[in-house]
Each structure stands twice: as structure tokens, then as C-alpha cells.
Design a protein around this ligand. Structure first.
Ligand code: PLP
Length: 407
């Protein structure tokens, strides 16, 4: 259904796996089982422009954009959604719709690098100020609050330490103070939680778990009809529209979201448990582990699941940690996450390089921290591969200093 040009969810009420496959259930045109790609950038009009009719691609108005937006709104349980050219286009369009010169936002410390840069490097020159807070320390939230605070921005699971945010606490705080809570739900995905139910505007890098195949860039924002209208205006103005062919691929990738995520959560937990017992491993960070400081939160918010990403520190030097990466056959050594293939990287040299050694120390990120995004390969194969790489790297029980443990 299209209301004022905004694609909104229908009254369809399937469970997540059904929605992931069928979407709105309205997209089968001309007898085709699969929605074709609408590559046309312009659409014919006879005399008058009807509200909600596609006539150009940049407003994300094609049948491919519409179907994807409806599927996403149904998955996150919102009235509306809009797909964008990247996760950063979703995040910037959302924040530009909420903030203007003279405004202030509260933002979780240690957010995704691109978001950090937007808020710390770009916003000050636009007259938008911010205060960073620990998402688990409500006393800091109170202190950060100002009369001009408009937004509280958090991530449901943090990167690379895989800490869980107290989403109910943040939502309650935002409601009491009349500010808009925004959550980047990329790491959790709607399979683990639907923060819109608590009142959040939800943004995603669909590049990661939603698409799941490491073969496109995309983003999504899910919220009320009114607010998605405002985000869409910014997205259209700044040119952040997703390409129709990428819509087609994302729609296909999302069909297996639940299947993939369940396998990734199960394998990640099995790997985390193996690593935790391993004499060559100093520390494992994964919220579904019974020993995790976030276990209670993960139980409450995610039904005990921890997602597809974990991080750990080996009992060894940087050289030995790199030797371990070099001996892995299955996980591909690269940044990014959420794909069907396991990906492994050192955040200090990739996602968190820009922080520098002091910034990483302040954020509690050890230099030798390894981040693993678990794919859908066979669990036993992954465990065996990690074990052989640990043995081949010759990491002994030697307690070399690594600049601080993950917690
Ligand atoms: C990758 C990522 C982004 C940015 O998404 P792009 O699709 O690369 O623009 C934002 N937030 C999180 C948590 C991410 O992992």
C-alpha cells in the first residue's frame, strides 16, 4: 500500500521466516513467482500525477523499492520503512531528519566508524553538538542531557567488543525526556530483536546480515509513516537511493535471513564455548556465553541468542595472533561481517584503525583483539579449522601482555 508516496506495511501477519520469503504477498506480477527488476528510471504519466505512482527512481518509488520497504516494515514491526544506498545513507538521512543547527545528540561511545566520523567530524561544522556516553551507565545519560538534546543514538550490539545495550533503559529515558531514540540494529537484526516495539527508530546496514552475501551495499530505516516521510525527503535530497538491481538482490538475500541467523548464532555460541575452554585463549566476548557480563541482557532482549559475531584475545603476541589468522583456511581475513562466509579481522588494523592506540585503549579494545563474523559453514568444520590454526600458530600458555582484556 502507498500512502502519500510512502510505502507502508499491509495488515499481513506472518512470522519472520514467512515474511522474509513472501514479503507483502502482493509482489507477484504477471504470473511471475519473483518480482522482476524495474530498471526504468522514468515512468509514464497520462495527464496527471497520481499520488504514490512511481515516476522517477531517486525517490525510491519503483516496485522493487516498494516491496523491499514493505518487507522490512513487516520484519521490524513498523508502519513504514525506506531502503537506501548504504547503511551510512540510512544513518545520515535519519540524523538529518532529526537534527539541525543548534541541536545536541547523546551518542553511545564506540559506535561504527562511519557514524563516529559523521557525528564527530561533520556535525560540529553544521552546528550540531554531541556527548558520548556508556550505553550501560544511566548516570552518564542524565549528565549528558541538555535543553537542546533531540536524539539518543545507540547500537543494539557494539562492535568489536560485542557488548549489549540496555535498549529498554534507553527507550524509557528517551521517552521521559521527550527525545527520539535511534538504534543501529545491524548486529542483532530483527531475528534477535525488534527495537521499534520499544519506541526506537531503527536503522540498518543491510550490507551485513540482512543481505547476508557480501555482494551489495544497502541500508534501511524503519519507523512511523510520518517519520519515514521525513527520512525519505533527506534521502532523495542527498541522493542516497538504492539501485533497483541491488533491491532485487537484497530482497532475495533477505529470504533466508532467519535460516542464516539461526545457524550463525548456533555456530558462534559453539565456537565461543570452545575458545573459552581453550588454553591458548585469554578472553572471549560473546553475550550468549553464560559467563558474559551481558548474559542477562541478552536473555531479556534476544531470547538468549548472541548473534553471529564474537571477539577474543589470544594468549600471545601480535605476531602470534597474525600467524593464527594466516593459518585459518575457512574464515576469510577481511573486514565487514554478516555474510554466509566466515570473516575474521583485527579491529585495530581495520574497523578501529582510525582510533589510534590511545583511542583504542580508552575504548577498551586490545590491540590483538580478533573479531570473527561466523558464516553458515558446517559448525564442526569451523571449530576444527580454528583449533588447527591455534596449534599451527604455536601459541603457548605464555601470558604476553596484550594491552588490556576485553572487559
Ligand atoms: C557496516 C556498518 C554500517 C555502515 O554500513 P554501510 O552499508 O557500509 O554504509 C553501520 N553500522 C554498522 C553497525 C555497521 O556494521
Amino acid at each position: 500500500m502507498v500512502v502519500n508516496g510512502i510505502h507502508t506495511s499491509t495488515e499481513y501477519h506472518g512470522k519472520l521466516d514467512t515474511i522474509a520469503v513472501h514479503g507483502s504477498g502482493e509482489a507477484k506480477t504477471n504470473g511471475a513467482a519473483v518480482l522482476p527488476v524495474h530498471n526504468s528510471v522514468t515512468y509514464g504519466v497520462r495527464g496527471e500525477y497520481k499520488d504514490g505512482c512511481a515516476f522517477y527512481t531517486r525517490p525510491a518509488d519503483t516496485p522493487n523499492h516498494a516491496e523491499l520497504a514493505k518487507k522490512m516494515a513487516l520484519l521490524e514491526g513498523t508502519k513504514a520503512a525506506v531502503v537506501t544506498a548504504s547503511g551510512m545513507a540510512a544513518i545520515s538521512s535519519t540524523l538529518f531528519a532529526l537534527l539541525r543547527s543548534g541541536d545536541h545528540l547523546i551518542i553511545q561511545d564506540n559506535v561504527y566508524g562511519g557514524t563516529h566520523e559523521l557525528v564527530h567530524e561533520e556535525f560540529p561544522s553544521l552546528g550540531i553538538e554531541h556527548t558520548t556516553v556508556d550505553p550501560q551507565d544511566p548516570a552518564q545519560w542524565e549528565q549528558a542531557l541538555r535543553p537542546n538534546t533531540k536524539v539518543f543514538y545507540v547500537e543494539s550490539i557494539s562492535n568489536p567488543l560485542v557488548r549489549v545495550t540496555d535498549l529498554a533503559g534507553v527507550a524509557g529515558f528517551a521517552r521521559r525526556h521527550g527525545i527520539t531514540p535511534v538504534v543501529d540494529n545491524t548486529f542483532a537484526s530483527p531475528v534477535l530483536c525488534r527495537p521499534a516495539d520499544m519506541g526506537f527508530v531503527v536503522v540498518h546496514s543491510a550490507t551485513k546480515f540482512l543481505n547476508g552475501h557480501s555482494d551489495l551495499l544497502a541500508g534501511v530505516v524503519s519507523s512511523s509513516r510520518d517519520f519515514i516521510g521525513k527520512v525519505t525527503q533527506k534521502m532523495v535530497m542527498y541522493g542516497g537511493c538504492l539501485d533497483p538491481h541491488a533491491c532485487f538482490l537484497l530482497n532475495r538475500g533477505m529470504a533466508t535471513l532467519g535460516l542464516r541467523m539461526r545457524q550463525q548464532c548456533a555456530s558462534a555460541l559453539a565456537i565461543a564455548e570452545m575458545l573459552q575452554q581453550h588454553p591458548m585463549v585469554e578472553n572471549v566476548s560473546y553475550p550468549a556465553l553464560a559467563s558474559s557480563p551481558d548474559h542477562a541482557l541478552a536473555t531479556k532482549l534476544f531470547g538468549g541468542r548472541g548473534g553471529g559475531v564474537l571477539s577474543f584475545v589470544l594468549r600471545g603476541s601480535m605476531a602470534q595472533t597474525k600467524a593464527f589468522l594466516g593459518h585459518l583456511h575457512l574464515p576469510f581475513v577481511a573486514p565487514s561481517l554478516g555474510g554466509v562466509e566466515s570473516l575474521v579481522c583485527l579491529p585495530a588494523e581495520t574497523s578501529h584503525l582510525a582510533l589510534g592506540p590511545d583511542g583504542r585503549k580508552a575504548a577498551g579494545i586490545p590491540e590483538t583483539l580478533v573479531r570473527l563474523s561466523v558464516g553458515v559453514e558446517d559448525t564442526a568444520d569451523l571449530i576444527q579449522d580454528i583449533q588447527q590454526a591455534l596449534a599451527a600458530a604455536g601459541i603457548k600458555n605464555c601470558h604476553v601482555s596484550n594491552g588490556g582484556a576485553p572487559h
